[in-house]
Design a binder for this molecule. Structure first.
Ligand code: BG6
Length: 478
């Protein structure tokens, strides 16, 4: 039975500047992290997990699809018109920090960069679409990475403050919904993306990641406080990557292990950003992992004062956990670790598909925090085929989304305060973990391919018309 979605539910789609815009050198933009990430599954995934990456571009060896992405920089009007045609209420995008401060440590912002987002926000409002802006989405300016070592360095807290003050002041009449750091809790798995550093060794990975996270907690809390001052009606959220952790079986040792893994992965960052303090389990975890944080005077007060208004999260998969894995089981789970779940199918990229897990996630998050929730990423990365008549019959994507939206309806019925849903990659774009165009999430097809060919032309997939109807019926027609 179809469940009722609340009046004013924020339906829409989500993107990030580095995967969408292109315009790598245009408008005074400086290089950022995504600009040095190579295209292709092996190259990029290998790099994300390795240590000691030197952040250089080597065009003789690699391609760099984020440089061109899908050229939203020049085509935003056409794209926004298509979002409007689907009836989007909200569009999630990020501001590329290095468009505003090309190096990240300048005193004065780059006017051309600011003007670009003015045009984008104006265009969205023209179509009655509310922007939802991620302030930092895997796009740390390259200079801050190379010169300062990324978020391990405390100085980034003040550079970030200047950046957020600039964008809050500039866009105060245009943007009400903000998110601070994308998937902040993914940092310990992939510090390169979120924290802008490549660990020197496995030994230093955790210490540096948690120190970097502490800096981001302070920076995020400062941003919330500033945002509330500059834009009194603003709603500022945290952004987590959430993957419910299941115990492999009922062995209490496995159950306890799964619980502890969930605490540190799913709840550690949320507890700091929503409750305003480090959770009770942090002390023991830090001790056992030899982590010692440099917490400066006033940091804990700032964190306490700068708690978020709502919680946003991405949901792609659950994780099945086993305390002791056999060698064959290691790496058999998915991106967030774990072992294979015999009850679940996986996507072509090995991401286990688990709609019920979304209902579990919603209940776990709401049960713990009782704050409004927004799902700001969810979707199926898949290969699409263009038929001879130009149609793209992506029923597999519709099935995936339908199953997840149904579970959202269930969670709302459970009593969860869910306020919005922006599915990931509403228009095909460059994959973050694999640097591919061929891993497509969109309702809108973009004619661009991994070998660099393609016209960039946009076309409507079958899911485009399906989602349009979902929105028009406020979730009744699935
Ligand atoms: C999230 C990121 O992890 O997942 C996005 O916030 C990313 O940037 C999305 O694109 C899907 O992952 P991928 O690797 O399939 O692009």
């Amino acid at each position: 039975m179809t469940k009722q979605f609340p009046e004013g539910f924020l339906w829409g789609g989500a993107t990030a500047a580095n995967q969408l815009e292109g315009g790598f050198h245009e408008g005074g933009k400086g290089a950022n992290l995504a600009d040095v990430l190579p295209g292709g599954k092996e190259a990029r995934l290998g790099l994300l997990s390795q240590t000691g990456f030197d952040f250089t571009i080597d065009e003789s060896k690699y391609t760099y699809p984020n440089h061109e992405a899908i050229d939203f920089y020049h085509r935003y009007k056409e794209d926004i018109a298509l979002f409007a045609e689907m009836g989007f209420k909200v569009f999630r995008l990020s501001i590329a920090w290095s468009r505003i401060f090309p190096n990240g440590d300048e005193q004065e912002p780059n006017e051309e960069g600011l003007a670009f987002y003015d045009r984008v926000f104006d265009e969205l409002h023209k179509h009655g679409i509310e922007p939802l802006v991620t302030i930092a989405h895997y796009e740390t300016p390259l200079h801050l990475i190379k010169e300062y070592g990324g978020w391990r360095n405390r100085k980034l807290v003040s550079f970030f403050e200047r950046y957020v003050r600039t964008i809050f002041t500039r866009y105060k009449d245009k943007v009400k919904y903000w998110l601070t750091f994308n998937e902040i809790n993914g940092a310990t798995h992939m510090p390169l993306l979120g924290l802008g550093f490549s660990p020197e060794s496995e030994e230093t990975r955790l210490q540096d990641s948690f120190q970097g996270l502490h800096h981001q907690f302070v920076a995020s809390a400062q941003a919330v406080k500033l945002g509330h001052e500059i834009i009194p009606e603003s709603q500022i959220g945290c952004m987590l990557i959430y993957a419910p952790v299941y115990s492999y079986d009922s062995n209490p040792e496995n159950v306890m292990h799964a619980r502890a893994e969930s605490d540190i992965f799913n709840f550690f960052c949320g507890d700091v950003q929503v409750r305003g303090e480090y959770p009770y389990f942090a002390k023991r975890y830090f001790k056992e992992n030899n982590i010692e944080l440099d917490i400066q005077d006033g940091d804990l007060e700032t964190i306490k004062e700068g708690t978020v208004d709502f919680i946003s999260f991405s949901y792609y998969m659950s994780r099945t956990d086993k305390k002791v894995k056999t060698p064959e089981e290691v790496g058999q789970g998915n991106l967030v670790g774990g072992v294979k779940n015999p009850f679940l199918e996986a996507s072509d990229w090995g991401w286990e598909i688990d709609p019920v897990g979304l209902r579990i996630a919603l209940n776990e998050l709401y049960g713990r925090y009782e704050k409004p929730l927004m799902i700001v990423e969810n979707g199926l990365g898949a290969y699409d085929k263009v038929e001879e008549d130009g149609s793209i019959n992506d029923d597999y994507r519709i099935d995936y989304l339908r199953a997840h939206i149904e579970r959202m309806g269930e969670a709302i019925e459970d009593g969860v305060d869910l306020i919005g849903y922006t599915s990931w990659g509403c228009i095909d774009l460059v994959s973050a973990s694999s640097g591919e165009y061929s891993k497509r999430y969109g309702y809108i097809y973009v004619d661009k391919h991994d070998d660099g060919t393609g016209t960039m032309e946009r076309s409507r997939k079958k899911s485009f018309f399906w989602y349009k109807d979902v929105i028009a019926s406020n979730g009744a027609n699935l």
